[in-house]
Design a protein around this ligand. Structure first.
Ligand SMILES: Nc1ncnc2c1ncn2[C@@H]1O[C@H](COP(=O)(O)OP(=O)(O)O)[C@@H](O)[C@H]1O
Ligand SMILES: [Mg+2]
Length: 276
């Protein structure tokens, strides 16, 4: 069973600066937890700290609880085993997590084969089914292509596919739609929503854009200067923010992105991603 992730008193110190100042929140399974805040507030560092990918020389404190273990106490080797398998991350620029010179098939299957000790054929079948469930058109031909042959939106789908190969329990998505056109953005957000609803993934969605958050997040955490200033359900935070800082972020939204107050849509039966 996926019990998600619990962050407690997390700090990150680099040089003399405290980048993250003792924050705590939960990332429950089957839910999208939105981490919002203006640029430089510490959102990316929070995601990287959870994955153990914070800058070299920076020091973490506090606890990151996952399946009865504290990730902060893990050795590099143990964290490597966890990352990419139990906890996966995608970024604003999908090409950052994909190698430009390798075909999509290798990118999706190499780590999976190593980790699952399966045949090339079984790994390929898994890749096909993940791509299909993420609605990448013509998965067989997609596997033969290189990253530069895809549009930004398709490439983000492929990066998500790569993240989903080993059936992670936690997905950290750092500004996954920021570089994309608005229409393409909606498709990626819908996909994250489906992963959450259908396979019970625990998603931490990092975005400076409250418009994005108001479209998909279940709960919202607002960060400023490395600290959490406000958190609650999406509806509470967007419609009745307690902090003037949150209010200012909401007021900065374009009118067209005015927060919808609808409940999340029912899961769609068309997407099936099987967690092993
Ligand atoms: N490699 C690094 N080493 C030290 N400090 C960093 C590094 N990268 C970013 N920072 C600092 O950490 C703070 C938070 O940055 P970041 O998490 O990237 O913010 P956000 O994602 O919210 O825009 C900023 O003040 C930034 O200057
Ligand atoms: Mg960032």
């Amino acid at each position: 069973m996926n019990r998600g992730l619990q962050v407690r008193d997390l700090t990150l110190q680099a040089g003399g600066t405290q980048i993250i100042k003792g924050i705590g929140f939960d990332v429950p399974a089957g839910s999208i937890t939105g981490l919002a805040g203006e640029s430089g507030s510490g959102k990316t560092m929070t995601g990287l700290s959870i994955c153990g990918l914070h800058p070299k020389g920076a020091r973490r404190g506090g606890r990151i609880e996952f399946e009865g273990r504290d990730l902060i106490g893990l050795s590099e080797r143990e964290m490597n085993a966890c990352r990419g398998n139990d906890i996966a991350m995608i970024f604003q620029d999908p090409s950052a997590s994909l190698h430009p010179m390798l075909r999509i098939e290798e990118q999706l299957t190499d780590h999976f084969r190593f980790h699952e000790r399966t045949t090339r054929r079984a790994a390929r079948e898994r890749a096909m089914s993940v791509l299909e469930s993420l609605r990448v058109p013509d998965p067989a031909s997609a596997l033969r292509k290189y990253p530069h042959q895809f549009s930004g939106g398709q490439l983000q789908r492929i990066a998500i596919a790569s993240a989903m190969m080993c059936g992670p329990k936690i997905l950290i998505a750092d500004e996954p739609t920021t570089a994309l056109d608005v229409t393409v953005q909606a498709g990626i957000l819908r996909l994250l929503r489906e992963l959450c609803d259908e396979v019970g993934l625990a998603i931490l969605l990092v975005s400076h854009d409250l418009g994005v958050m108001s479209a998909v997040a279940d709960t919202l955490i607002v960060m400023r200067h490395g600290a959490i200033v406000e958190s609650g359900t999406r509806l509470d935070v967007i419609t009745s923010p307690k902090e003037p800082y949150t209010r200012s972020l909401i007021d900065a939204l374009p009118a067209a992105a005015a927060p919808p107050v609808h409940r999340r849509s029912a899961p769609q039966a068309s997407t099936r991603i099987e967690l092993k």
